[in-house]
Design a binder for this molecule. Structure first.
Ligand SMILES: CC(C)(COP(=O)(O)OP(=O)(O)OC[C@H]1O[C@@H](n2cnc3c(N)ncnc32)[C@H](O)[C@@H]1OP(=O)(O)O)[C@@H](O)C(=O)NCCC(=O)NCCS
Length: 179
C-alpha cells in the first residue's frame, strides 16, 4: 500500500448494523464466501456487533465521507473452556472497496485489539478459492492448518474451507484470562 490513506478505523456501534448488513448481504445471496443462506437484518447485525464487542472486537472502516466501507470482527473459535484464548476472525468489504489495503488495515487493527484483550491465537476459515482472503491471511503471517473438503453445500455445489492460524499477544504461561 502506498500513499496516505483517508479512511479511519473505529469500534462499531449498534448504529453500524445497517451498513454492515448491506455490505454482507451480497456475499450471502450471491457467493459461497459465507455459508449463511439468508442475509441478516440490520437489527440482527446490530445484535452481532454488540455480542462480539462485549467479548472480542468489531471494527468498522469509515471513508473520509463517512461511508462505512467494511468491517472485521472476532469471536470465540469454539465454546469449550480450554479454547477461550482462540478467536475466529472475519473481514468483509463493500464490493467496490477491495484491493486497496482496506482489508489489511482492518485486520491489523483487529489483531492488535484482540491481542490487547489477552487472546493468544486467531483462526480464519475461508471458502476456497478466495485469492484475496488467502493472500491477506498469508501476508499477515497466518499459516495454513488444513482444508475441510466438501464441507458446505450452497448454490448447488459442495465447497472446501481452508483454515489458517496465527499467534498473537503475550506468550507467558499460564495465560492470563482474556478481558
Ligand atoms: C478478503 C478481503 C477482506 C481482502 O481485503 P482487500 O482490501 O481486498 O485486500 P488488501 O488490499 O488489503 O490486500 C491484502 C493482501 O492481499 C493481496 N490481495 C488482495 N486482493 C487480491 C487478489 N484478488 N488476488 C491476490 N492477492 C490479493 C494484496 O496484494 C495484499 O498482499 P500484500 O499484503 O502481500 O501486499 C476483501 O477482498 C473482501 O472483502 N473480499 C470479499 C469478502 C471476503 O472474501 N471476505 C473474507 C471471508 S474469509
Amino acid at each position: 500500500m502506498t500513499g496516505a490513506t483517508t479512511w479511519k478505523i473505529r469500534d462499531a456501534t449498534g448504529d453500524d448494523g445497517d451498513a454492515c448488513a448491506a455490505i454482507y448481504a451480497p456475499y450471502v445471496t450471491d457467493t459461497a464466501v459465507t455459508f449463511e443462506l439468508e442475509p441478516p437484518t440490520a437489527e440482527e447485525m446490530a445484535a452481532r456487533i454488540a455480542k462480539a464487542s462485549a467479548t472480542h472486537a468489531w471494527l468498522v472502516l469509515v471513508e473520509a465521507d463517512g461511508t462505512v466501507a467494511g468491517y472485521a470482527y472476532g469471536g470465540p473459535f469454539a465454546p469449550r473452556a480450554a479454547y477461550r484464548w482462540a478467536c475466529e476472525t472475519s473481514v468483509y468489504l463493500g464490493e467496490t472497496r477491495t484491493g486497496a489495503g482496506r482489508g489489511r488495515a482492518l485486520y491489523v487493527a483487529l489483531l492488535d485489539r484482540l491481542a490487547a484483550r489477552g487472546y493468544r491465537t486467531v483462526l480464519g476459515g475461508m471458502t476456497l478459492p478466495n485469492p484475496a482472503s488467502e493472500a491477506l491471511h498469508r501476508s499477515l503471517g497466518f499459516e495454513p492448518t488444513g482444508v475441510h473438503r466438501r464441507i458446505g453445500y450452497k448454490h448447488g455445489a459442495w465447497h472446501d474451507v481452508g483454515w489458517t492460524q496465527r499467534d498473537i499477544g503475550p506468550t507467558d504461561d499460564p495465560p492470563a484470562e482474556p478481558r
